[in-house]
Design a protein around this ligand. Structure first.
Ligand code: ADP
Length: 247
């Protein structure tokens, strides 16, 4: 089943085209690495998917509904590009997580109280015992876990993460990817992970979407590594760099 469909999308901020005729679709359970150089339109694409900006051409379908009519935003979790909190930012861990809560239909709210959902997300991301701390007092890794807890508090079916690991040290990063894999494999959460780290995304994601204003490649890593078109595009050396860590 298709969870996201992007069809013939084109976008320009001013004069230069940032996205040009972009089309792809994502199935339930996919784990997509969305990769491309700086300025290739990744963040713009995510903003369009969330309806924050409107494309000049093309359409987006979320769970089969045109995104302009889409109301069930609790089904989609979003981790924006890293925001550093200042030490005096006046919100606790629990408050930050609860900001992610969208109201569902009445019947669902009766079954699961908001408190339970917030606690569950904090427990999953291992921040329950620091729930009353100010977000700004925490380490970068802890802050990131809180932001993930906020992104998953509605138990989304689709999770979109924009450069989530840039500020994390290697050990915390490994742990973070481990948690994402569990969401994907055990809970069947569909994941789109935006990254410029093309060298290691193959270890985690099952499919690669390489964007550079248009879709340069979309398919499995195996297909990517065997693709002669991609050898032409990246050069043998470049393709090898991307592929050799994907064992
Ligand atoms: P990426 O996330 O891949 O780095 P972006 O989507 O952020 O790429 O940016 C794509 C292009 O659009 C870049 O050239 C960037 O400078 C430009 N751009 C991004 N945001 C704006 C904006 N608000 N106004 C004008 N140009 C923008």
């Amino acid at each position: 089943m298709k969870i996201l469909s992007v069809e013939g999308l084109s976008f320009r901020y001013n004069s230069a085209e940032v996205l040009s005729d972009v089309s792809f679709s994502v199935n339930v359970g996919d784990y997509i690495g969305l990769v491309g150089p700086n300025g290739s339109g990744k963040t713009t694409l995510i903003k369009i998917i969330f309806g924050l900006i409107k494309p000049q051409k093309g359409s987006i379908f979320l769970f089969g509904a045109n995104s302009w009519n889409f109301k069930d935003w609790y089904r989609v979790g979003y981790l924006p590009q890293r925001t550093l909190f200042n030490p005096y930012f006046p919100a606790t861990v629990k408050e930050i997580v609860s900001l992610g809560l969208f109201s569902k239909k009445e019947s669902e709210v009766i079954n699961k109280s908001k408190e339970t959902m917030i606690d569950k997300a904090m427990r999953l991301m291992d921040v329950l015992d620091i729930k009353n701390k100010l977000i700004g007092e925490l380490s970068g890794g802890q802050q990131q876990r809180v932001l993930v807890a906020r992104a998953i508090v509605n138990e989304p079916e689709l999770l979109i993460l924009d450069e989530p690991t840039t500020a994390l040290d290697p050990e915390v990063r490994e742990n973070f990817f481990h948690i994402l894999r569990e969401f994907n494999q055990d809970k069947n959460v569909t994941i789109i992970l935006v990254t410029h780290d093309i060298g290691s995304i193959g270890k985690y994601a099952s499919r690669l979407l390489y964007l550079d204003k248009k879709v340069i490649f979309y398919g499995s890593f195996e297909e990517f590594c065997l693709s002669e078109n991609m050898t032409d595009y990246f050069g043998e050396f470049g393709q090898h760099l991307i592929c050799h860590r994907h064992d």
